[in-house]
Write a protein that binds this ligand. Structure first.
Ligand code: HEC
Ligand code: HEC
Length: 389
C-alpha cells in the first residue's frame, strides 16, 4: 500500500513537471516578439507614435504630395518590405563617387552624387530627364536594401563603446568631420538614425523635409520649370519624427527557437565555432545602449553581431569611397535577423550565407580560411547557428 502511494506520488510529481515545462515553452513562445513588433516596454503614447509612424513609413507619395522629381521609389516600405515593413527588398540602388588614393573622396555632389536616382516623375520625364547619369570617371557601387529592425537600439549605443572595439577587432570607426562616430549605412557614414531617415526621404523619394529642405537637382542642373509642384518642405516635421519613431521603436529580430534538442546543441556548437575561428571579433555578439530617457532604449543589451566599425574587406568586394571610408572598407554587417535575408553583402551579390562567407577578403581573409579548413559537419554547425539569428 505504501509502495503504491509512493508511485502515485512520483507519477504526480512527474506529470506536474511535464505540464509546467509545456506551459513554460508555450509562454516563451507567446512572449517571443515577432518580426516587425515594437520594442517591449514602450508607453501607450510611444506605441501610438510607433503605429502612426508606420503609416508615414508606408505612405506612397505622388508628385502632388512631394514625390521626386528624382526618386528611387515612392515609399520607404516599398524597399524595406520583406517579410514586413522595416525589412529588406529586391531594389538595388546606384551609388557613385570618385576616389583619389590615398584618401581623397569626391562625393560628386555637384553632379548629383553620391546617390544617383533611377526614376523621374512624369513631368520631369516630359522635360527629357528619366534618371540621373553616372559621370564617366566615377566608381559605381550597387546597394541592396538592408533590414532596419532594432536600429533604435544601435542609435543609442555610446560612441565610446564603438571606439573601445577598435582595439579588439582591428577595425576603425568612421569619424565624421564633426567628431561623431558614424554607424548607419553600409559605410557607416551617418551618425544618427534621425539624420539617416530624414536623408532617406530626400534621397529615395525626393521628399524634402526639415533637415533636407532643398530638392535634388538632376546631375546638378536646375529643375525645369513646373516639374516640382509640391511646396517645400514636402513632409511636415511631425511626420518626419513619427516615421523616425516607427524605425527607432522597431524591436530587434527575435531568435529562432530550436525545434529539437539536437538542433539546440548544434546551434551551441556552431556558436562556439563562430567565436573560435574569429568571426565574433568583427561580428561582436552584443553591445549595451547608453542611458536614455525612453525606458525601452535605456541601457538595453542588443545582440547585433557587429562592431559597427569599418574593415578592409579586400579588392574583390571594393567599390566606392564614401566620406572617410575607402572603397575596400565596409561596416561589419549586423547579423541579427540574418535568417530573413535572401541576398547578402552590400550589393546583394551573394545568394547564400555560405557564399557571403566565401567572399570575405582583406582583414577577414584569415577567418574565411579558418572556415574553409573546418570539417564539413563543423561548417554545417556554424551555418545552423547563423540560421538561428
Ligand atoms: C529605393 C529603395 C529604398 C527606399 C525607398 C528606402 N530605403 Fe532605406 N535603404 C536602402 C538602401 C539601399 C540602404 C543602404 C544604403 C547605404 O548603405 O548606403 C538603406 C539604408 C537604410 C537605413 C540604414 C541601414 C543600415 O544598415 O545602417 C535606414 C535607417 C533606412 N534605410 C531607412 C529608410 C527610411 C526611413 C526610408 C523612407 C524615408 C527608406 N529607408 C527608404 C533602400 C531604400
Ligand atoms: C574583419 C572583420 C570580419 C570578420 C573576421 C568576419 N566578417 Fe563577416 N562581414 C564583415 C563585413 C565588413 C561584412 C559586410 C561586407 C559587405 O557588405 O560587403 C560582413 C558580412 C558578413 C555576412 C553577410 C551579412 C549580410 O547582411 O549581408 C555574413 C553572413 C558574415 N559576414 C558572416 C561571417 C562569418 C561566419 C565569419 C567567420 C568565418 C565572418 N563573417 C568574419 C566583417 C567580418
Amino acid at each position: 500500500m505504501r509502495d503504491k502511494m509512493r508511485w502515485v506520488w512520483i507519477a504526480g510529481v512527474l506529470l506536474a513537471g511535464v505540464l509546467a515545462l509545456g506551459r513554460l515553452t508555450a509562454m516563451q513562445r507567446l512572449s517571443q516578439s515577432e518580426l516587425g513588433d515594437p520594442l517591449p516596454g514602450l508607453t501607450d503614447e510611444q506605441l501610438q507614435r510607433f503605429m502612426a509612424g508606420k503609416q508615414v513609413f508606408e505612405r506612397v507619395f505622388t508628385p502632388e504630395t512631394g514625390l521626386g522629381p528624382l526618386f528611387n521609389s515612392s515609399s520607404c516600405a516599398e524597399c524595406h518590405e520583406n517579410p514586413v515593413s522595416g525589412g529588406t527588398g529586391d531594389e538595388s540602388e546606384t551609388h557613385a563617387t570618385h576616389f583619389t588614393p590615398p584618401a581623397t573622396c569626391d562625393l560628386l555632389e555637384a553632379q548629383g552624387g553620391p546617390v544617383f536616382q533611377q526614376h523621374a516623375t512624369p513631368s520631369l520625364e516630359a522635360a527629357g530627364i528619366f534618371k540621373e547619369q553616372v559621370p564617366p570617371h566615377a566608381q559605381v557601387g550597387g546597394r541592396s536594401t538592408p533590414p532596419i529592425f532594432g536600429f533604435g537600439l544601435l542609435d543609442t549605443i555610446p560612441d565610446e563603446t564603438i571606439l573601445e572595439h577598435q582595439h579588439r577587432s582591428g577595425g576603425r570607426a568612421h569619424r565624421l568631420e564633426d567628431g561623431r562616430v558614424g554607424r548607419f549605412g553600409r559605410k557607416a557614414r551617418v551618425a544618427s538614425l534621425l539624420e539617416f531617415n530624414a536623408g532617406a526621404f530626400l534621397q529615395e523619394q525626393g521628399v524634402t523635409n526639415a533637415l533636407n529642405p532643398n530638392e535634388l537637382l538632376p546631375n546638378g542642373h536646375p529643375l525645369p520649370a513646373g516639374t516640382d509642384p509640391a511646396a517645400d518642405p514636402e513632409l511636415s516635421l511631425e511626420d518626419l519624427l513619427l516615421a523616425n519613431d516607427f524605425v527607432r521603436f522597431l524591436a530587434p529580430p527575435p531568435r529562432k527557437p530550436p525545434e529539437t534538442r539536437h538542433e539546440a546543441r548544434t546551434i551551441l556548437r556552431g556558436q562556439g565555432i563562430f567565436f573560435r575561428i574569429g568571426c565574433a571579433t568583427c561580428h561582436t555578439p552584443a553591445m549595451r545602449t547608453g542611458p536614455n530617457p525612453i525606458a525601452a532604449l535605456d541601457r538595453q543589451v542588443i545582440h547585433l553581431y557587429s562592431d559597427l566599425l569599418l574593415h578592409d574587406m579586400g579588392p574583390d568586394l571594393a567599390d566606392i569611397c564614401l566620406g572617410d571610408a575607402r572603397p575596400d572598407e565596409f561596416r561589419t554587417a549586423p547579423l541579427m535577423g540574418l535568417r530573413f535575408l535572401t541576398q547578402f553583402l552590400h550589393d546583394g551579390r551573394a545568394t547564400t550565407v555560405l557564399g557571403a562567407i566565401q567572399l570575405h577578403g582583406g582583414q577577414a581573409a584569415a577567418a574565411r580560411a579558418a572556415f574553409e579548413k573546418l570539417r564539413r559537419n563543423d561548417q554545417e554547425a556554424l551555418l545552423t547557428f547563423l540560421g538561428s539569428l
